[in-house]
Design a protein around this ligand. Structure first.
Ligand code: PMV
Length: 309
C-alpha cells in the first residue's frame, strides 16, 4: 500500500481581493493533510474510491456522467494521462476540517490525483496537477482565484496574483501563527458572491477597498521578506478591518480576532472566505500559550500552530 498526500493551506493576506486581480499571500499548513492510499486489487476490480466519511466504494468509469467531485477528478486525471482505470481502491482520509477556509477540497483532489497517477506508474507534472485541481475548484467555488490549488499543490508559501507565474514568498525570519477555528462552517461561494453583489451595487467604493488590500499585501510581502513581525501584524489588523467592510467577517471571527490581540498577538485577521471558518493570529513564541488560552476562552473550537520560515 502506498500513501500520497497534500497539505492544507491558509491565506494570510489578500483573500477576496485576489479574485479581482489583487495579490494575496498564502502558506501551506503541512501538519494538516489529506491522504490517499492505493490498495491494489485483482484484475477486473476496476478503479474504486472510498472515503472515510461514507465508507462506501464508488466505482470510476471513464464514460459515466456522475455528480461526484471525486469521480470527476479521477476521470480528469485518467483523460489527462490517456489511461484506463487501474485495478485499485483509493482510500481517502483527511485531517483538514471541511468548509473552513483551509482548502480541504483542493487538498483531497490533489492527494487523489497523485495516488491515481502513482497507481498507474505515470508521472503527473506539478503544473498539470495544479491545472487539474483548479478545474475542480471551479466546481466548488464558481470563480476561484486559483490561490488554494497553487499553495496546496506546490506546498510553498506564495505571493499570488491571478494569471501570473507563481512567486515563492521570501521569508526573512520565522513567523509563528496560531489558527483558530470558529467551529462555524462556511462555504466560500456565497461569501464571494456577496462581495460581488456589493461590487455591482457600488463599484467605485468597493474597488477602492480592494485596491487598499492590494497595497497592504505588497507591503506585507516586503515586511515578511525583512522578517518584520510587528509591521506584518499591523498589516493583518488593517486587512481584517477592510474584510469587515466587505461584510465577510462575522461576530465569531471578530471575537476571536479581538481575543488574540488582547492576549498579545502582533496582529490577527479572519482568513479565507469568511463568515465562519478560521482566523489567524501572528504571535511571538513567548505569547503563543496566552493567545491559545484567550482563543479557547473566547470559544475557538480548534487551534493549530503553523510556522512560516
Ligand atoms: O475560503 P478559502 O480559504 O477556500 O479561500 C477563498 C479565498 C477567496 O479569495 C475568498 C476566494 C478565492 O477563490 O480566492
Amino acid at each position: 500500500m502506498t500513501t500520497y498526500s497534500a497539505p492544507a493551506k491558509i491565506i494570510i493576506f489578500g483573500e477576496h481581493a485576489v479574485v479581482y486581480g489583487q495579490p494575496a499571500i498564502a502558506i501551506p499548513v503541512s501538519d494538516l493533510r489529506a491522504y490517499a492510499e492505493v490498495v491494489t486489487a485483482p484484475a477486473g476490480h476496476g478503479l474504486r474510491i472510498r472515503t472515510e466519511a461514507t465508507r462506501q466504494d464508488v466505482s470510476v468509469d471513464l464514460r459515466a456522467q456522475v455528480d461526484d467531485a471525486l469521480v470527476e477528478m479521477a476521470q480528469r486525471v485518467l483523460r489527462h494521462l490517456d489511461a484506463a482505470p487501474p485495478d485499485v481502491t483509493i482510500r481517502l482520509h483527511s485531517t483538514i476540517p471541511i468548509a473552513s477556509g483551509l482548502g480541504s477540497g483542493a487538498s483531497v483532489s490533489a492527494a487523489l490525483a497523485r495516488a491515481l497517477a502513482g497507481a498507474l506508474n505515470r508521472p503527473l507534472l506539478t503544473d498539470d496537477l495544479n491545472a487539474l485541481v483548479f478545474e475542480m475548484e471551479k466546481r466548488h467555488h464558481g470563480t476561484p482565484s486559483g490561490i488554494d490549488n497553487t499553495v496546496i499543490v506546490y506546498e510553498q508559501p506564495v505571493y499570488f496574483v491571478r494569471g501570473r507565474p507563481i512567486e515563492r514568498l521570501r521569508v526573512g525570519a520565522p513567523f509563528h501563527f496560531v489558527i483558530a477555528d470558529t467551529g462555524a462552517s462556511s462555504l466560500t461561494k456565497p461569501a464571494v458572491a456577496a462581495v460581488r453583489a456589493l461590487y455591482d451595487a457600488d463599484p467605485r467604493r468597493i474597488q477602492s477597498l480592494l485596491d487598499r488590500i492590494g497595497v497592504l499585501v505588497a507591503s506585507a510581502r516586503a515586511a515578511i521578506g525583512q522578517g518584520d513581525r510587528h509591521m506584518t501584524g499591523r498589516l493583518m489588523d488593517e486587512n481584517h478591518a477592510i474584510l469587515r467592510d466587505l461584510t465577510v467577517s462575522s461576530l465569531d471571527l471578530d471575537r476571536l480576532v479581538g481575543a488574540a490581540r488582547g492576549a498579545g498577538a502582533l496582529g490577527a485577521k479572519m482568513s479565507g472566505g469568511g463568515r465562519g471558518g478560521n482566523m489567524i493570529a501572528l504571535v511571538e513564541p513567548s505569547s503563543r500559550e496566552g493567545v491559545h488560552r484567550a482563543l479557547s476562552d473566547a470559544g475557538a473550537a480548534r487551534l493549530w500552530d503553523v510556522v512560516l520560515n
